[in-house]
Design a protein around this ligand. Structure first.
Ligand SMILES: [Zn+2]
Ligand SMILES: [Zn+2]
Length: 218
């Protein structure tokens, strides 16, 4: 199946590449998402690791986030559904978030209290995370196309597509060298369109693939 590039996703990809590699904020006047949604595993940390991935704080500092008082862009972080099983994952999420924003906890909370804008500046949620995407959009009062999901997991990308939210891979957003491009590509189930992987490097990106559910169910 051929990927048809969504023009908005394409725009965000080009913009993010410029931001990640130039070291400068997005060019003024260019369309930015109103809500930036970050995945956790593979985006803020490597799964099961306790450290922030490289370049995250540097890149986020270039965006006009409300939490850092640089603009009006709001932020959400979704913990993976299985995250409920990992002890201390909530504390770790907050720790990585403070580090990513280069803020102390008190700065975040006093900042939220003094925030002059209506509506939430930040959402953090866990458990069944990606089925709740619609609720996060509602909470932030944005339409799906006004949000951007930055993620590393196939399930996150599938949830974005279901909700109509543009998404891009964390390695593109943060300018990581891995996985090596331009070989990296995604595969989706040809029947249900679910993403099966985002970082395949096989030589047949148009390969016909079915997910386990579609293969078993016919
Ligand atoms: Zn399928
Ligand atoms: Zn492949």
């Amino acid at each position: 199946m051929r990927e048809t590039p969504d023009p908005l996703q394409q725009h965000y990809r080009l913009q993010a590449a410029a931001v990640a590699h130039s070291g400068r904020p997005p060019s003024p006047g260019l369309l930015l998402p109103a809500l930036l949604i970050l995945g956790f595993d593979g985006t803020l940390r490597e799964p099961a690791d306790v450290h922030l991935k490289p370049n995250v704080a540097e890149v986020l500092a270039r965006y006009p986030l409300r939490l850092t008082r640089h603009g009006s862009m709001t932020l959400a972080v979704g913990l993976p559904p299985g995250g409920a099983l990992e002890s201390g994952i909530e504390e770790l999420c907050w720790k990585l978030l403070y580090e990513a924003l280069r803020l102390r906890p008190s700065e975040v909370f006093f900042g939220l209290a003094e925030d002059p804008f209506p509506g939430p500046a930040l959402s953090v949620w866990r458990g069944g995370a990606w089925t709740r995407l619609e609720r996060v959009l509602e909470r932030h009062r944005v339409r799906p196309e006004e949000a951007l999901l930055v993620c590393a997991e196939a399930d996150e990308a599938s949830a974005a597509v279901r909700a109509g939210v543009p998404f891009m891979a964390a390695w593109d957003f943060f300018g990581w060298p891995d996985p090596p491009r331009p070989l990296a590509h995604a595969h989706r189930c040809d029947a249900c369109q679910r993403y099966l992987t985002l970082r395949c490097q096989c030589l047949d990106r148009g390969r016909y693939v079915l997910c386990e559910g579609c293969e078993g169910g016919g």
